[in-house]
Design a protein around this ligand. Structure first.
Ligand SMILES: [Zn+2]
Length: 179
């Protein structure tokens, strides 16, 4: 997998202290410690229980749908391989997660993503009873729909480092199976 640009050419940071505005490649961002964000999300899950799942999934999904076109544009990706390569590098650089592998099923209907060190799972130190990366599950679904030119997909997290599994395994598949 090759991309035209290197990550340092693509992601440049600018500070506008007068307006408390920091941007990466023109996109306004905030810095927050992983611990703070992790405990914020953990708190939401703790307070809302089951209700937190669709809430975080949907906000992740919407963010993923918005992010993918930005990545494709900034990296000037021309094909799927370049889009995936850019994605892997950008997730790592942002400190979100390590995308170790992306596999497409033979019939091209299912996409499996193997992830390590997701910011959501790290707050649980392997002690959760269930898979917990609700925001990332939605994000990967919305993001991969755009990258892979698909729609009406749903994402399940089959294994999760939050409950002590070796990886978080996300399976993105059609909501409605057509034979
Ligand atoms: Zn996970």
């Amino acid at each position: 997998m090759r991309v035209i640009k290197s990550i340092d050419e693509t992601l440049f940071i600018e500070f506008d202290d007068e307006n408390a505005n920091t941007t990466i490649s023109g996109v306004p961002v905030i810095f927050m410690s992983k611990k703070t964000l992790g405990s914020l999300l953990k708190g939401v899950v703790g307070a809302l229980g089951e209700g937190a799942r669709p809430l975080l999934y949907l906000s992740g999904y919407n963010a993923g749908q918005k992010s993918a076109p930005v990545v494709i544009r900034h990296w000037e990706c021309r094909n799927l391989d370049e889009k995936l390569s850019a994605t892997i590098q950008q997730f790592a650089r942002y400190g979100w997660l390590l995308l170790k592998d992306i596999k497409m099923s033979e019939d091209k209907k299912e996409i499996t993503c193997l992830v390590e060190k997701s910011f959501e799972s790290q707050a649980y130190y392997g002690k959760s009873d269930t898979s917990i990366c609700y925001f990332l599950k939605g994000f990967l679904c919305g993001y991969m729909e755009i990258i892979c030119n698909k729609e009406n997909m749903i994402c399940e997290e089959v294994t999760c480092q939050a409950k002590g599994d070796t990886v978080c395994q996300f399976v993105i598949k059609p909501k409605f199976w057509k034979e």
